[in-house]
Design a protein around this ligand. Structure first.
Ligand code: COA
Length: 350
């Protein structure tokens, strides 16, 4: 979906994948990919939001649409992350990002991921102040040099539809407020035995220069915890298959302590759904109570040594709540399976 010459320039970032980007089987973590995607999105949207005179700003990640990891990436491959702006509303920017993995020995390239992210410009003087986004011009057959413009009327209309749809979905999405409590259950394959948490002190390297956490850093921690839950459950090599839409409602400030917790909600024959919560204790700067910053569902798949999906042990659900979450997970699984079957991803490109 190329934009016309002179319009929002696409951005491309390339980086070779190293051992610390991957698990011990050499598969690049989903979290590493999500972090690269978010970095590309933050650069292009901040650039766009500062492209006209006026108050300077930084673009903060507000939402990531559901994203599928369509093929694995390995250590030694080069990740090419390309981003372009595809829609602007008054206060938000939609960015589409594609990730290709290149084998630099054979020259082969494959699409690994496609993601859609929404950013909101925050004033550098006061990060609680939301600024207006320089708009793309409505489509017209007269292209003026330097003006950013949609490629066609259809592109503009499609963008508006996506914007309206996500706005509606956000209103309908209920923030999950339950907590994951420690458990003494040692029975195999129960929810309690694999649930896991990670506690992290938010430092300067996690944050923007304005002192709040980069969305990509949060998603990487969430993927890490989900991966630990999945590996504890099936005890094999596991990879991220997809992440459901994530909304970032509140900033996480430098100096906070965050607890990232994950638990298994559903198992299909060959996949596991893990629910992840990010809770923030802002006690260093502010005495206010703990709050839930983000929650999301990750789907993981277990792989054989040859990289083929393996059947996973079925989760043993004990309590009424676990049974309810299992049924809800099954609903999401069936929905996403139907959607994938209706629109299969292209696995290779170029
Ligand atoms: N997804 C997409 N767009 C969103 C959004 C979301 N979850 N939440 C808000 N927006 C958009 C709105 O559509 C609106 O744009 P529009 O006027 O063109 O429709 C714009 O943001 C402002 O919405 P508003 O309701 O006035 O603001 P808010 O009080 O909800 O604040 C944020 C929006 C993004 C600034 C706020 O939720 C926030 O600070 N989130 C955390 C950002 C962050 O720290 N990111 C890194 C996470 S680790």
């Amino acid at each position: 979906m190329a934009l016309r010459k002179g319009l929002a320039a696409a951005l491309q970032i390339s980086r070779i994948m190293r051992p610390d980007d991957a698990n011990i089987a050499g598969n690049v973590h989903g979290g590493t990919v999500l972090k690269m995607i978010e970095e590309a999105g933050a650069i292009i949207s901040t650039r766009h939001c500062n492209s006209t005179p006026g108050e300077r700003c930084i673009a903060a990640l507000a939402r990531v649409e559901r994203t599928d990891f369509v093929s694995p990436m390995s250590i030694g491959e080069v990740a090419h992350v390309s981003a372009e702006i595809t829609y602007t509303s008054k206060h938000s920017v939609e960015v589409q990002v594609n990730v290709l993995a290149e084998n630099i020995i054979t020259g082969g390239k494959k699409l690994t991921n496609r993601a859609t992210l929404w950013y909101v410009p925050l004033s550098l003087q006061n990060v609680d102040k939301i600024l207006e986004v320089p708009p793309f011009q409505a489509f017209s057959t007269l292209v003026l040099e330097g003006l950013r413009q949609y490629e066609s009327q259809e592109q503009e209309n499609e963008g508006r539809k996506r914007y309206e749809a996500q706005k509606l979905e956000r209103l309908e999405t209920k923030q999950r407020n339950d907590v994951i409590l420690p458990t003494v259950n040692t029975e195999p394959y129960t929810v309690g035995i694999s649930q896991s948490s990670l506690i992290h002190l938010v430092g300067p390297s996690d944050c923007t220069l304005q002192g709040f956490v980069h969305g990509g850093v949060t998603m990487k921690l969430m993927d890490e915890v989900a991966g630990i839950v999945a590996a504890r459950h099936c005890k094999t090599n596991i990879v991220t298959a997809s992440v459901d839409a994530i909304n970032f409602h509140r900033k996480i400030q430098k100096g906070c302590v965050i607890t990232v917790s994950g638990r298994l909600t559903f198992t299909s024959n060959k996949s596991m759904e893990i629910e992840v919560f990010v809770d923030v204790d802002p006690f260093v700067d502010d005495p206010q109570a703990r709050y839930r910053a983000v929650s999301a569902f990750f789907t993981f798949v277990s792989l054989s040594k040859e990289g083929k999906p393996l059947p996973v042990p079925q989760v043993v659900v004990k309590t009424e709540e676990e049974k309810k979450r299992f049924e809800e997970g099954k609903g999401r699984y069936l929905q996403s399976k139907t959607r994938r079957q209706a629109a299969p991803h292209p696995l290779t490109q170029q």
